[in-house]
Design a protein around this ligand. Structure first.
Ligand code: AMP
Length: 216
């Protein structure tokens, strides 16, 4: 089961991907998480992309394509994968098709998660992340038990540089201009289904799972 979760930042792709991992036993591959880990560890890749990520712009196609090529070649992807945050441009989608074709693989499902822009901004701007383990919280919708402290590891929480309102608007613009053409790209290939990303996490995941299991 090779799945792409498509949707603007804050739509809940990462949250839903984590539920699908348990359900289908396949890994989540998030280019955002891979890039953030590189920035945190100050690797050559991290140093290269930090400024671009902090500004809310997309990093180069070439870089993310090579990350994905490497990641999809690992054996834990043999039975499938959930792509979260990739592809984000038509060039990335073309490159993905080509790399899968070489291994006689293909994409089985593309699910687009819709949420309107003002709701996305409210969600993202309240988002808090643990500095130590990366666990996510929300100041209003999912606060930690002790303010500014991670429930899981007691690490300090912070607001990601790219979760500030100004940057969020840049990220939404990047989504609109560079990523939303993928909706047509995958519709034309009869792969796209859409779900609304508003409602409880459980409501959304049950719709998603039904779609993926062919029950609706
Ligand atoms: P995310 O956590 O998926 O919202 O990604 C955070 C940031 O990482 C984005 O705003 C981009 O700067 C960068 N990024 C992640 N995935 C991609 C991608 N597929 N193409 C280009 N840039 C990406």
């Amino acid at each position: 089961m090779n799945i792409i979760l498509l949707g603007p930042p804050g739509a809940g792709k990462g949250t839903q991907a984590k539920i699908l991992i348990n359900r289908f036993g396949i890994p989540q591959i998030s280019t955002g998480d891979i890039l953030r880990a590189a920035v945190k560890d100050a690797t050559p890749l991290g140093l290269k992309v930090k400024e671009c990520m902090d500004s809310g712009a997309l990093v180069s196609d070439e870089l993310v394509i090579s990350i994905i090529k490497d990641r999809l070649s690992r054996s834990d992807c043999d039975n499938g994968f959930i792509l979260d945050g990739f592809p984000r441009t038509v060039a990335q989608a073309n490159a993905l098709d080509t790399m899968l074709l070489v291994d006689s693989r293909g994409i089985d499902h593309v699910i687009s998660i819709f949420v309107d822009n003002e709701e996305l901004i409210a969600r993202i701007v309240g988002r808090l992340t643990c500095k130590v383990c990366g666990q996510g919280y929300h100041a209003v919708y999912g606060p930690p038990a002790v303010p500014n402290t991670c429930d899981a590891c007691s690490g300090e929480l912070y607001q990601r540089e790219d979760d500030r309102e100004e940057t969020m608007r840049t990220r939404l613009k990047a989504y609109q201009e560079q990523t939303s053409p993928l909706i047509d790209y995958y519709s034309e290939r009869q792969l796209l289904r859409s779900v609304t990303g508003t409602g409880s996490i459980e409501e959304i995941s049950s719709v998603l799972v039904s779609l993926l299991e062919g029950k609706s």
